[in-house]
Design a protein around this ligand. Structure first.
Ligand SMILES: [Zn+2]
Ligand SMILES: [Zn+2]
Length: 176
C-alpha cells in the first residue's frame, strides 16, 4: 500500500518497529506527534511522559516508539475500551491531553484511510480534550508473595485473599 505514497522520514523507523505499514500505526504516529507538540516536548527530551491508550491495536506501537512510553517501563497504561483515544501526560507538572481520532465523513478504504492520516491536519484528525482520569502513579517496585496453590511468585498487588484465608495468584483464584 505504501509503494505509491510519500512517507515522511520520521515515520519509517516507526513502521520498521511495528513490522508493517497500516492505517493503525499511522493513527498512533500522528497522535504521538500531536501530543509532543501540545505538551511542548521534543523527541530528544529528558522529560518523562506517561501515556494511557484506550486500545491495544497497531497504533500503540507508534506510541511506544515515538513517546518512549512502554509497558516495561511502566509509563504505558492500557484501558480496554476499544477507542482510538490516547492520553499523554508530562510527568514534571502533570499537564496532559487526551486525543480522540475523529471519524471520517464516510467509510474509507484502507488506502484512503492511510492517505487521510498522512495528509490531513491535526485539527481534521483529532479532537483534543482534557484527560479523563488522573495521571497514573509512577511505577513502584512491588514486593512479591507466593501463591498458596501453585507456589509461584506473583506481585503482592495481584495476590488475592480467598474466603478460606488462602492467598492465591490470579489464575489459581479464578479456578477457586
Ligand atoms: Zn499494523
Ligand atoms: Zn497460583
Amino acid at each position: 500500500m505504501e509503494q505509491n505514497m510519500h512517507l515522511p522520514e520520521d515515520l519509517k523507523p516507526v513502521i520498521d518497529f511495528h513490522g508493517h505499514f497500516c492505517p493503525g500505526v499511522l493513527i498512533g504516529w500522528r497522535a504521538s506527534k500531536l501530543a509532543l507538540k501540545l505538551l511542548g516536548v521534543g523527541r530528544d527530551r529528558d522529560e518523562e511522559l506517561v501515556a494511557i491508550t484506550e486500545n491495544d491495536a497497531c497504533g500503540v506501537d507508534a506510541v511506544q516508539y515515538v513517546l518512549g512510553c512502554t509497558f516495561g517501563k511502566g509509563n504505558l497504561v492500557f484501558r480496554d475500551y476499544g477507542k482510538q483515544a490516547f492520553t499523554v501526560f508530562r510527568r514534571s507538572d502533570g499537564k496532559g491531553v487526551r486525543l480522540v481520532l475523529k471519524a471520517p465523513g464516510r467509510e474509507l478504504t484502507r488506502e484512503e484511510s492511510a492517505r487521510r492520516l498522512l495528509e490531513e491536519s491535526d485539527e481534521a484528525l483529532f479532537s483534543v480534550g482534557e484527560p479523563k482520569e488522573p495521571m497514573p502513579e509512577r511505577a513502584v517496585i512491588r514486593t512479591s508473595a507466593y501463591c498458596d496453590a501453585c507456589g509461584e511468585r506473583a506481585m503482592e498487588t495481584r495476590i488475592r485473599t480467598m474466603e478460606d484465608g488462602r492467598r492465591l495468584c490470579v489464575p489459581c483464584a479464578e479456578i477457586g
